[in-house]
Design a protein around this ligand. Structure first.
Ligand code: SAM
Length: 275
């Protein structure tokens, strides 16, 4: 199935029609709410103490609603005005700002937030829609500015859909370079439907321990940190055919905004000796 992220810029994908569909589809609402509740749980905020939480890629406010229901205040950022308009129509309590996460969240005061969540938005930063958009740089700017607006010892939990182990690895690496501790946690790693990936980060807490993933009946943790290779499904060049390897590499270069020749039946074929 094609991924929305491959269809072009997010502000065009999340247009008026998509934004309306998003909050009228009961299946989408249920899934987003479940992931938002899990992200909130992983924040592990102190009980009975209202906090100020940043919602990154807040969209129409489904994730923000979970924060409100738990008695917290929130501020949301999103690149799509159509999604934010739906959040305003739904009279969400959070304040929302239209902004591109790839340009960072430097508009907030240092140490302003007690926690941050993001649900189904982070993978969009790994795509480039023009040669000027560099996912490495955008992720780094995003994480460094995020680090600065978080309180010391606070947590950030970002659920996202990596399209490959390499993409997940890049995200963890850029978060760690920006100063965060933590890594990836995968709930229900053996279920194709229930599997969900969370980047759980701590801001300056050297004693931080990754939480336990759900659905791990063998008791082992499914956690990746920046110094570890992403274990599950890591693509080994030797297990791919030459053609698969070339196609994958071309795909990665396209996502990095590089000029790449179109695929054809000759792609990845060995050249005959005549060449
Ligand atoms: C799948 S929706 C999730 C919305 C919301 N978190 C929820 O749970 O309903 C992903 C959101 O990420 C936003 N997004 C994607 N790329 C973004 C970017 N570069 N900057 C800000 N928001 C972005 C989209 O506009 C969209 O609203």
């Amino acid at each position: 199935m094609p991924r929305p992220e491959d269809s072009g810029p997010p502000e065009l994908f999340y247009n008026i029609d998509e934004a309306k569909k998003y909050t009228s589809n009961s299946r989408i609402i249920e899934v987003q709410q479940q992931m938002s509740e899990r992200a909130f749980e992983l924040l592990a905020l102190p009980e009975d103490c209202p906090a100020l939480i940043l919602d990154l890629g807040c969209g129409s406010g489904l994730s923000g609603e979970v924060l409100e229901e738990n008695g917290h205040f929130w501020v949301g950022c999103d690149i799509s005005q159509a999604m934010l308009d739906v959040a305003l129509e739904r009279e969400m309590e959070g304040d929302v700002i239209q902004s591109d996460l790839g340009q960072g969240v430097g508009m907030f005061r240092p140490g302003m937030f007690d926690g941050a969540i993001s649900v189904s938005a982070l993978q969009w930063l790994c795509n480039s829609n023009s040669s000027a958009e560099n996912p490495f740089r955008r992720l780094f700017i995003f994480f460094t500015t995020l680090y600065s607006c978080m309180k010391r010892n606070s947590k950030v939990v970002l659920q996202f859909y990596p399209d490959s182990p390499q993409q997940a690895e890049l995200i963890v690496k850029q978060a760690t370079r920006a100063g965060f501790n933590g890594g990836l946690m995968v709930d229900f790693p053996n279920s194709s439907k229930a599997k969900k990936v969370y980047l759980v980060l701590s801001c300056g807490d050297a004693t931080f321990q990754m939480p336990k993933a759900l659905g791990e009946d063998d008791g082992s943790q499914c956690v990746y940190t920046a110094n570890e290779r992403v274990r599950q499904g890591r693509v080994n060049k030797k297990t791919l055919t030459r053609k698969q390897w070339v196609l994958k590499k071309k795909d990665r270069m396209r996502r990095q905004g590089k000029q790449v020749a179109n695929d054809s039946k000759y792609t990845g074929r060995k050249r005959s000796k005549k060449f």
